[in-house]
Design a protein around this ligand. Structure first.
Ligand SMILES: Cc1cc2nc3c(=O)[nH]c(=O)nc-3n(C[C@H](O)[C@H](O)[C@H](O)COP(=O)(O)O)c2cc1C
Length: 365
């Protein structure tokens, strides 16, 4: 017999009774500036911070705290932790609970070798017993919402059921499942059947994550998995209107059509929001290219925007090429799905040993 469930209610979504939407946590992406830009075009129901690293010397990173303390999106933000030491996880959760967080989320998915080799993130999926200890401790520490984001396994999926049972045993309030193993990184097919299995096995709501590319796909994935909602990462960088479009699709309303002119507006807004006097122009243009790698997948079927975008060195060059590609036919549709075969950086998904986390440097779509 499972223990009686003492569940705190989740924050209400914006479409009461409808499926939930969440922006997936993304290191170096889902900061305060990006959250505000996303909220401008239609906020998700929930935000998650990128992960706070937890170890003996760690203190919650100030720039990540800003996305909680200065959150003006009107939507709740969950604080994500990555770590394995029980005492330091408890200490950090306690510190974060003094801020205006919707809940504490545990990362059981990061696939970067430098991370999983420390036995944190996705590395923990190899050790269900250790996961059980961490869940027990965090459940005892967090009086409100305690949530988990996991992949379906490390190399294989032999521990999946055991991990799902631990989610039940420790009364996790919300489970986000990225339907790939750690070894599958970011580009393989997503195993939605495993997400459906999680939905049938756990008692808490599940968010389906992985390649939710459009509102139409969100509808199909929700039908297939019966999940309570979708969590969207890279495709929200490509298309920040996606959460609003999901709400429209899922409530049977017409889905807003996005034009290339709208995308020009998004790029300018993102540029200004992420700009700061300390960042030299060239570095900022380079950072913008990492977001634009995703945006470019829906601009034209031959990848001409992507090709030219990579060559921009200055702000003036960047906006001039945006005008060339986006304002020549501003009313042309920005494709709701990425164009097939338009891959931002085809050679760039090797699990680099030196990379300390999940970064736009290494992950494409
Ligand atoms: C640049 C980048 C950074 C990421 N950082 C995190 C992170 O800090 N915590 C986390 O749980 N997942 C992280 N992820 C994984 C995403 O949350 C998500 O699970 C994954 O991208 C699959 O969803 P998608 O297909 O919608 O992008 C990151 C992904 C990307 C692309």
């Amino acid at each position: 017999m499972l223990p009686a469930v003492r569940r705190s209610p989740l924050p209400a979504g914006q479409h009461p009774g409808g499926p939930l939407t969440a922006l997936a946590p993304m290191q170096d992406v889902t900061d305060l500036a990006f959250m505000r830009v996303i909220a401008h075009y239609g906020a998700p129901d929930y935000f998650f911070t990128e992960f706070f690293r937890v170890h003996a010397q760690s203190r919650p990173e100030k720039h990540i705290l800003r996305s909680i303390d200065e959150n003006t999106t009107g939507r709740p933000v969950f604080a994500q932790l990555i770590g394995e030491d029980l005492a330091h996880l408890a200490r950090t959760a306690g510190e974060l609970l003094r801020h205006n967080v919707a809940g504490i989320d545990l990362n059981l998915g990061c696939p970067a070798p430098k991370v999983y080799k420390k036995n944190v993130g996705g590395g923990l999926l190899r050790e269900p017993a250790k996961v059980g200890e961490i869940l027990a401790m965090l459940r005892a520490t967090v009086p409100g919402l305690f949530t988990v984001k996991m992949r379906i396994g490390f190399e294989g999926t032999e521990n999946f059921d055991r991990l799902l049972d631990l989610v039940n045993e420790h009364q996790v309030d919300l489970l986000s499942v990225h339907g790939r193993t750690v070894k599958e990184m970011y580009r393989s097919d997503v195993h939605y059947d495993f997400i459906a299995h999680a939905v049938s096995r756990v008692q808490c709501p599940v968010l389906a994550n992985g390649n939710v590319t459009s509102a139409a796909r969100a509808g199909g994935i929700l039908t297939q998995t019966r999940a309570a909602g979708v969590m969207i990462g890279r495709h929200a960088i490509r298309n920040p209107w996606i959460f609003r479009q999901c709400r429209e699709q899922l409530s049977g309303r017409p889905v807003t059509r996005i034009s290339l002119g709208d995308v020009r507006d998004y790029i300018e807004r993102l540029y200004r929001a992420t700009q700061s006097p300390e960042i030299p122009e060239g570095s900022h243009v380079n950072k913008m290219k990492k977001y634009l790698n995703f945006v470019g997948q829906s601009v034209d079927p031959r990848g001409a925007f992507l090709h030219d975008m990579r060559r921009a060195q200055t702000e003036a060059e960047l906006f001039s090429l945006c005008d060339r590609h986006l304002m020549a036919e501003p009313d042309r549709e920005f494709s709701p799905e990425p164009y097939p075969g338009v891959i931002a950086r085809p050679n760039c998904e090797t699990p680099a040993d030196g990379v300390d986390g999940c970064s736009l440097e290494t992950i494409t779509a």
